[in-house]
Design a protein around this ligand. Structure first.
Ligand code: AKG
Ligand code: FE2
Length: 265
């Protein structure tokens, strides 16, 4: 992907969030559904709400797209998103084959667990300036439910941080790079060799921030599990077999718990 193409995606997402509220609200999500434009979903009385506007869209399988939520403006939004995610799916496949090879496994052993019809979703994140960054997060600490996440960061404004050894580390801006994040499902499939890291987004008082996360997720009917070759007497299976991990995930996430704990043995 060329850097001008990455800039183009940033541009269309910025343009969308810059429209007046009436325009964006044409794509508003329904109260109990994640898909569409809106704020953080409220799933629990105990949750903290993230300081963010989002546009959440299903990309693949194509027959599951809800096109009524895909912005008509800017004019090239739909086409650009489609083109971007086609490329990302190729990147996802390439990457998972390489990861398998790096562990001396059959090349397709992770990809096979995606099933015939993997799910690809996109989350456009818009973080407005926030009066109380000392108390309010753009996204609360979480690890991703996906197998793999591709994040296109803002070119000018930082905000993402990863947790390691109880300390938060900031992610620098590399304008022409995508950040690839291992999600919980690769942690499970790799029997914990690849860890799904906890991350959060901090806010700032001065500048808005735009990012786009694309999540690659195994088909929900497909069972995922640690690859057989990664289980041995010395390294037993650390995770249960699981279907539709994303549903389990959401129940835990909004209560501030780590969903992967639910599938650990
Ligand atoms: O906006 C970011 O930098 C990260 C967003 C994120 O973690 C997510 O959408 O899962
Ligand atoms: Fe995330």
């Amino acid at each position: 992907m060329t850097s001008s193409f990455l800039d183009k995606i940033r541009e269309v997402s910025k343009q969308f969030f810059a429209f007046p509220m009436e325009e964006k609200q044409k794509y508003s999500r329904e109260a109990d559904s994640i898909e569409g434009y809106g704020n953080d979903m409220i799933l629990s009385d105990h949750q903290t709400v993230d300081w963010t506007d989002r546009l959440y869209l299903t990309i693949s399988p194509e027959d599951q797209r809800k096109i009524k939520f895909w912005p008509e403006n800017p004019k090239d939004f739909r086409e650009t998103l489609h083109e971007y995610t086609v490329k990302l799916q190729e990147t996802n496949d390439f990457l998972l084959r390489a990861v398998a090879r790096s562990l001396n496994l059959e090349e397709s052993c992770f990809l096979d667990q995606y099933g015939e019809q993997p799910l690809v979703t996109a989350r456009f994140n818009f973080y407005p300036p926030c009066p109380r960054p000392d108390r309010i997060l753009g996204v609360k600490p979480h690890a991703d439910a996906s197998a793999v996440t591709f994040l296109l960061q803002d070119k000018e404004v930082e905000g993402l941080q990863f947790l390691k050894d109880n300390e938060w580390f900031r992610v620098p801006i590399i304008p022409h790079a995508l950040l690839v994040n291992v999600g919980d499902q690769v942690e499970i499939m790799s029997n914990g060799i690849f860890k799904s890291p906890v991350h959060r987004v901090v806010t700032n008082t001065q500048r808005e921030r735009n990012t786009l996360a694309v999540f690659c997720i195994p088909e929900s009917d497909n069972e995922i599990k640690p690859a057989d070759q990664l289980i041995s007497e010395t390294r037993p299976s650390l995770y249960k077999k699981v279907k539709d991990y994303v549903s389990i995930y959401f129940q835990y996430y909004q209560q501030g718990k780590r969903p992967i704990e639910a599938v650990k043995i």
